[in-house]
Design a binder for this molecule. Structure first.
Ligand code: SF4
Length: 468
């Protein structure tokens, strides 16, 4: 097999532990008879540049990267520049969310030669054929590229193929057990669909996938997942789908099949509130029996007007009915909220915190997560905010410093402090308590949250100073 072309794929460093499923999809779509795919993950390597460099030889066709906005972009820049300095002739190709949204802007970076926008399997495969033929990617749909004179070209969009028509992901391309160690648990990430039909105005998914969705059949999911379990014996399966429950009948057929297989693992997936609302109580019973341990329901806000404005297309009542069914069947929930939209009224923040408290009281394993709004690239609200005068990051360096934790310049510092303290105390008050000595602190935290009594937060300072 020494005649095969080597294709290097790099997953930049990030502060989350998910398997690089995008790179896995792209690598799995290449013919193994012709291509030797090597995936290097910056999170698993002490010196990723050295690891990648050691893999570059006369057979190496290119280096591809999956690039996300924020810290991964900073690492992608550093590694691309390092590889370009050592191997000036090796083509470097970026894909992933940031490259999909800013296909041409990424090419302002001299070390990046091409970008892949949207679903990458077919586009990347066609680019490789051009590289083998020493031809330009002119006409390769979904690709943006820079020619020898420095001119940037944007080829036409590529409509996403149905994931059912794409090959199964070949997990042998990844050191799966090293990821278990990295995560601290035998949890496997898996994705069974792509895209999303909805239109939430803070989200970049509709821009990248054009509100299309495709999913694997339940039969194929069951076949692949049971094969993966035989191989890796994971204890938990973490679906990375944007909206797992897009078609209720498909999700329930999967759950029924999984319950029948009786494999000893749990699973977790995303569920929109309107989807959960439509499912019957008995359906939740089946989901629980199949091992569903947690759903992620994007609540976003407690203010109905704000929900309408952000085109969430689900309601607070639907959140409550979905979570009541989860509670009855012992299914945990992760509940993200967003606060601090530019111009958000204080009453809207009050409504959000009030709903967050209500949900936390419902069950100890309903975990609320409060994020400050960030103008995520490609989302309509970000573009509207920019038109209203908000300065969005411009350069790749600016986007590489962008993260979901830092505060926007439009945020009132008093409001930011209130939210941060609420978030700290709601976690301390309602998350699983741990050692007994924490109980009085948890009770005090709940008391503070209920009354919004956040003055002199000495326990918070203490916890931070002593890191407990
Ligand atoms: S937030 Fe979720 S449901 Fe809304 S558009 Fe994005 S992926 Fe779809």
């Amino acid at each position: 097999l020494s005649h095969r072309h080597r294709v290097l794929l790099y997953n930049p460093r990030a502060d989350f532990h998910t398997l690089p499923l995008g790179l896995l999809a792209v690598g799995s779509a290449l013919d193994p008879e012709r291509f030797e795919v090597r995936i290097v993950d910056g999170r698993l390597e002490g010196d990723p540049l050295a690891t990648l460099s050691a893999l570059v030889d006369h057979r190496t066709l290119c280096l591809g990267m999956g690039v996300l906005t924020g810290a991964p972009l900073a690492d992608a820049l550093a590694v691309s520049r390092g590889i370009r300095a050592r191997f000036p002739d090796l083509p470097i190709i970026w894909g992933g969310w940031h490259a999909s949204l800013f296909g041409e802007a990424c090419l302002e970076e001299p070390s990046v030669d091409m970008t892949v926008r949207g679903q990458g399997e077919q586009t990347f495969a066609e680019i490789l054929e051009r590289l083998i033929a020493q031809a330009s990617p002119k006409g390769v749909a979904g690709c943006s590229w820079r020619d020898a004179e420095g001119r940037v070209h944007r080829e036409v969009e590529r409509p996403p193929a149905s994931v059912e028509d794409l090959p199964a992901h070949d997990y042998r391309l990844l050191p799966v057990t090293r990821y278990f160690a990295h995560k601290g648990r035998r949890q496997l990430d898996y994705v069974a669909s792509q895209g999303c039909f909805w239109r939430c105005a803070f989200c970049a998914d509709p821009r990248v996938y054009g509100r299309t969705w495709s999913g694997l059949s339940p039969a194929r999911m069951l076949h692949e997942i049971s094969g993966l379990w035989q191989e890796y014996r994971f204890g938990d399966l973490n679906f990375q789908d944007e909206t797992f429950f897009t078609h209720a009948s498909r999700a329930l057929e999967f759950a029924e099949g999984l319950a029948g297989l009786d494999l000893p693992f749990t699973w977790a997936a995303t569920m929109r509130a309107d989807q959960g609302d439509r499912l019957r109580d008995a359906d939740f019973g089946l989901l629980a029996r199949s091992g569903l341990r947690r759903v992620l329901v994007g609540v976003e806000s407690g203010d109905p007007d704000l929900l309408r404005w952000m085109q969430k297309d689900s309601t607070i009542d639907q959140v409550l009915t979905t979570l009541e069914k989860c509670r009855r069947h012992g299914i945990a929930a992760e509940l993200p909220f967003i606060v601090g939209f530019p111009g958000e009224a204080p009453e809207s923040v009050d409504a959000t915190l009030s709903l967050a408290r209500q949900l936390r009281r419902m069950a100890p394993d309903f975990q609320v997560r409060i994020f400050f709004f960030k103008p995520y690239p490609g989302a309509p609200i970000s573009e509207a905010a920019e038109r209203a005068g908000l300065a969005l990051p411009r350069s790749l360096e600016d986007w590489s410093r962008f993260d979901i934790y830092t505060l926007g310049s439009w945020l009132d510092p008093g409001l930011a402090r209130r939210i941060q303290r609420f978030d700290h105390y709601q976690r301390r008050g309602w998350d699983p308590i741990g050692p007994l000595w924490r109980r009085p602190f948890a009770a005090l935290a709940r008391w503070r949250c209920e009354r919004e009594a956040f003055a002199l937060p000495w326990e918070m300072w203490l916890a931070r100073a002593r890191n407990f």
